[in-house]
Design a protein around this ligand. Structure first.
Ligand SMILES: Cc1ncc(COP(=O)(O)O)c(C=O)c1O
Length: 358
């Protein structure tokens, strides 16, 4: 038998979640964020499944855009950070890829580009996140400089939220207001909302929404679960017990001997570890799903294995199915236990994990 770890990717759940985006923002078009290999789910299969249900794809770089075009898909594609060097511009024009422009240097490169087809450009405005984008005072000059033969008019307008996952954080309302004031009277289409904006900030929906994490079935909001939002997990990371034993009181488990048994007890070993993308910092107590219940992880996560406490599940045997996250155990619960976010866990699944698409 081969090593039993699998990531099952339920494409029908991906489509379901895209339809949930439509329910939340019925008047907006959808740019599906499929960067980072579709948040770890497999770009090609996810793009094929999403194509009939979304209006555009949002990617990190030209390489991902080329991968989508190679599938024969002609829907719009946008580079969320724009192009990284001027030599990419002829390719963008040839592949009809839209680009974000967030910096003056990009405008200068665009104005000098030897291209005959004008590019669709989204001007990124920094309304408060202070990562990428033009400060409000610099927007008029940027738009004036973008009025050149290399750029389709009108230029579209976007911004990105810093705190939209926090329903009580006033920063999001401030960002929305700043964007609305600044773009009043301008001709381009508008986009503000990531998944949290889609689910919690209806005023931000505008012409285009840009959901990522909610498509993959994880909650973008701090105060709501994926189930609360009607989302379904797309990835189920499953493996099996490969060992079971009884250890005596006071015996330790795993590297560093960080966990010690309080009594004579059964433990199990599961074939998954940080070499697969399971978080090494998941502490003892992190839930693992087995036989319709959760059992606690015990000891340190190894590269290829974890150990679990089987006292509450004494019937468990070698070969039994275990879910690390997925339909029965929300990835957010593991992320919270490990001090990270679902985005990181999903996109960190390593290439050695076999994906099965359903
Ligand atoms: C500019 C931009 N828009 C949209 C998204 C999608 O965000 P989320 O996955 O939180 O929906 C991202 C993700 O990082 C982004 O950088």
């Amino acid at each position: 038998m081969s090593r039993p770890l699998r990531a099952t990717i339920q494409l029908n759940h991906l489509v379901h979640n895209a339809l949930r985006v439509r329910d939340f923002s019925p008047h907006s078009r959808i740019m599906a964020a499929i960067k980072a290999n579709a948040y770890g789910h497999g770009l090609n299969d996810c793009v094929r499944a999403l194509t009939p249900h979304v209006d555009a794809f949002a990617v990190l770089n030209l390489c991902e855009a080329e991968q989508i075009r190679a599938l024969g898909i002609s829907k719009p594609i946008i580079l969320l950070e724009g192009f990284f060097s001027a030599d990419e511009l002829p390719k963008l024009a040839a592949l009809k890829v839209w680009t974000v422009v967030h910096h003056q240097a990009q405008i200068e490169q665009l104005r000098q580009a030897p291209i005959n087809t004008a590019l669709k450009v989204w001007l990124k405005i920094d309304t408060g996140m202070h990562r990428l984008g033009f400060l409000p005072t610099d927007v008029p000059a940027a738009l004036a400089a973008l009025a050149c033969k290399q750029v389709q008019q009108p230029v579209n307008l976007m911004t990105h939220f810093a705190c939209a996952d926090e329903p009580d954080n006033a920063q999001t309302q401030g960002q929305i207001q700043r964007f609305q004031t600044l773009t009043q009277g301008l001709a381009g289409e508008r986009s503000l909302a990531n998944s949290a904006g889609v689910c919690a900030w209806a005023q931000s929906h505008a012409d285009w929404v840009r959901p990522g994490i909610m498509l993959y079935g994880a909650s973008p909001l701090q105060d709501k679960t994926a189930a609360d939002l009607g989302l379904k997990a797309v990835m189920s990371l499953q493996s099996r017990l490969i060992a079971r034993k009884t250890i005596a009181t006071g015996e330790s488990v795993g590297y560093g001997a960080t966990w010690t048994s309080p009594e004579t007890m059964p433990i199990g070993v599961v074939a998954v570890g940080y070499g697969d993308g399971y978080p090494r910092h998941a502490p003892s107590g992190t839930p693992v799903y087995l036989h319709g219940q959760t059992v606690p992880l015990i000891g340190r996560v190894s590269m290829d294995m974890i150990a679990v406490d089987l006292r509450s599940c004494p019937q468990a045997q070698i070969g039994d199915l275990v879910e690390l996250w997925g339909n029965h155990l929300a990835v957010e619960r593991i992320a919270e236990a490990a001090g990270t976010i679902s985005y990181e866990l999903l996109s960190n699944i390593t290439p050695r994990v076999q994906k099965c698409f359903e």
